[in-house]
Design a protein around this ligand. Structure first.
Ligand code: RI2
Length: 295
């Protein structure tokens, strides 16, 4: 896929999910590097990278992937890029599988888990655990885009008992279903351990805290934000209000796609490097993003 098409699909959410948008951008840059026949590869490659980076603003996995690949383009000749990008993509896929292994150990047979939206990392953890354990899953609809339907359908396909609820039923469901753990994904983890994830995540974390239910975030270290280490704020994407409902005369609408959950509401972050406290985010950034800091 060419970078412009990839950017369009990411923007419209035809391609969605924090990891998937990063991998789609990487594949588009790989295809561009493979086909490129012009005279100024670095300049033209950077232009494509910039188009991709702007496609969605909140999930840092997208600029992290693109920045890493453009960093490689300055270090290695064009002909090496497709292989290097493939290696990067494979590394992220391996990270996802490792998260599934690590996170599944946090689930006990008989557990009822609540999840919000549709996180690949969470889905893989639950699918892995369900191979040997009995699990019940409660999933929210996740208005306005209803990604929860994808989660529910995934569980049903895997024959994992699943109950779909409306977003506003979380507090009641927490008690009614005796939820043991909340699992959510992440779009961005800030240097202070705050997690940006699908709108509504912070409300669920608040309810979980009230009920003494642990909140576990599952994400690749690709979703840690070096920009926040350097003092930048995470931009929250505001989407078209037509996603909520058609216009109403005299009524304003507001449609933020993500919110922040502060670190004190998160029990642990499950990464490919192990389970960490959200307060360890700073260490991960120092360790993983040295290439970003030096560029
Ligand atoms: P994985 C999604 O965003 C959700 O916020 C989800 O929790 C997050 O990306 C992580 O997804 P959207 O693209 O990378 O639906 O775990 O707005 O798949």
């Amino acid at each position: 896929m060419d970078p412009k098409t990839a950017a369009r699909k990411i923007k419209s959410m035809e391609v969605r999910g924090a990891l998937e948008i990063a991998l789609t951008a990487a594949e588009a840059l790989r295809d561009y590097a493979t086909a490129y026949k012009g005279k100024n590869f670095l300049r033209d490659f950077q232009k494509q990278a910039d188009i991709l980076k702007k496609a969605r603003p909140t999930a840092v996995s997208l600029p992290n992937a693109v920045d890493y690949i453009t960093y490689l383009s300055h270090e290695f000749p064009q002909e090496h890029m497709p292989k290097l990008i493939d290696a990067f993509i494979q590394k992220q896929k391996d990270a996802l599988m490792r998260i599934a292994q690590i996170g599944s150990k946090r689930i006990k047979s008989g557990d009822t888990l609540l999840t919000h939206c549709n996180s690949t990392a969470v889905l893989e953890i639950i699918a892995e655990a369900a191979k040997t354990k009995k699990i019940n899953v409660i999933c929210t609809e996740t208005r306005p885009r209803n990604q929860g339907y994808l989660t529910a359908a995934f569980m049903a396909r895997k024959r994992i008992p699943v109950t779909l609820i409306i977003d506003s039923a979380v507090r009641y469901a927490m008690e009614e279903f005796d939820v043991d753990k909340v699992f959510v994904g992440a779009d961005t983890v800030a240097a202070n351990g705050a997690v940006a994830n699908k709108i509504g995540t912070s409300q669920i974390a608040l309810i979980a805290k009230e009920s003494n239910v642990p909140v576990l975030v599952a994400c690749e270290t690709l979703k840690f934000s070096p920009q926040t280490y350097e003092g930048e704020m995470i931009p929250i994407e505001e989407r078209d209000t037509a996603e909520i409902r058609p216009k109403m005369r005299g009524v304003k609408m507001w449609n933020p796609a993500f919110d922040f959950t502060p670190p004190e509401y998160i029990d642990a972050i499950i990464t490919e490097d192990g389970i960490i406290s959200p307060y360890m985010a700073y260490e991960i950034l120092k360790d993983k993003f040295a290439w970003d800091m030096v560029k």
